[in-house]
Ligand binder design. Structure first.
Ligand code: URA
Length: 279
């Protein structure tokens, strides 16, 4: 260790210690902390009476429950949580009401609207985006800004519009400054989205962008690996798994027009699937 000059005052010495990374004051004598910890553990163990033989033999009353899948709904979840509220919703109106009254996410405080959904909930196709942007927040409807205009054109290219498909988002509240929703925010909203999908019960899900694909498919892969392939979304509240296909988010396509060719292929896969379902 560097020697400290004798003419430094105590303040300088203290600053020197701090700048050297010292963040704890110690005594003059060395202290064997392992011995202290060992002694503390020994005396605590001596204070705890051994368990009664009967109690040792008794089986545990409940087995550990299996980890719940993302977005799992449960009426036994804590009251006020999205899982508890969503599990109690028998129709879309009840779900909208529950989401509008939800107090469990900071994002909602800053947002002007709960952007629930748009289009025809009776239709065979349900599109799921990431989260509302500024225009969506202002109007309370999903995909009504610039990326919404492109989405309308994409849907139009396979013969769909808002009267023949239904549109929602993973997160119904606009993240400030249009940032990406965090994994925690997505996890909080997933029970609402799961119930939304169960209540619409479409024939096909279109997942718009990486955030939507990762959340709905519960996969860590990026959109380049997930897009253009059929997956299945399942949940106990559905009569059968729903085929789901991810494609690029329209906002990404606005910035990256060269990706439109792949998006077009994805849309054709969706069209073919819908035709196959109909015949
Ligand atoms: N981007 C989304 O993911 N959703 C919207 O509603 C608007 C833009």
């Amino acid at each position: 260790m560097t020697a400290i000059s004798a003419d430094l005052n105590p303040y300088d010495i203290l600053r020197w210690y701090l700048e050297s990374g010292v963040d704890e004051t110690m005594g003059e004598e060395p202290l064997d902390r392992y011995a202290t910890t060992r002694r503390a553990l020994e005396s605590r163990a001596a204070a705890v009476p051994p368990p009664a033989p009967q109690a040792q033999r008794q089986p545990r009353p409940h087995a550990e429950p299996m980890a719940a899948p993302p977005g799992a709904l449960s009426a036994s979840a804590l009251p006020g949580t999205a899982a508890h509220l969503a599990a109690g919703c028998a129709d879309l109106q009840a779900l909208r009401h529950a989401m509008e009254g939800f107090e469990g996410l900071q994002l909602k405080q800053a947002a002007s609207s709960t952007v629930f959904g748009d289009g025809n909930p009776e239709s065979a196709v349900m599109c799921i985006g990431e989260a509302p942007g500024q225009e969506e927040d202002r109007r309370g409807l999903p995909f009504v800004g610039p990326s919404g205009k492109l989405l309308d054109r994409m849907l139009g290219s396979i013969g769909l519009d808002r009267s023949t498909c239904y549109i929602t988002n993973v997160v119904p509240w606009r993240p400030p400054a249009n940032r990406k929703p965090t994994p925690d925010e997505v996890a909080v909203c997933m029970p609402f989205l799961t119930r939304h999908i169960e209540l619409v019960d479409p024939q096909v899900l279109i997942l718009l962008g990486g955030a939507s694909a990762a959340a709905v498919l519960a996969k860590a892969d990026g959109i380049n690996r997930l897009r253009g392939r059929w997956f299945e979304f399942n949940s106990p509240g559905l009569p059968r798994p729903i085929p789901a296909l991810a494609t690029f988010h329209p906002a990404y396509l606005l910035r990256t027009p060269e990706a439109k060719r792949d998006a077009w292929r994805d849309l054709l896969m969706i069209r073919r699937r819908m035709d196959a379902v109909r015949h």
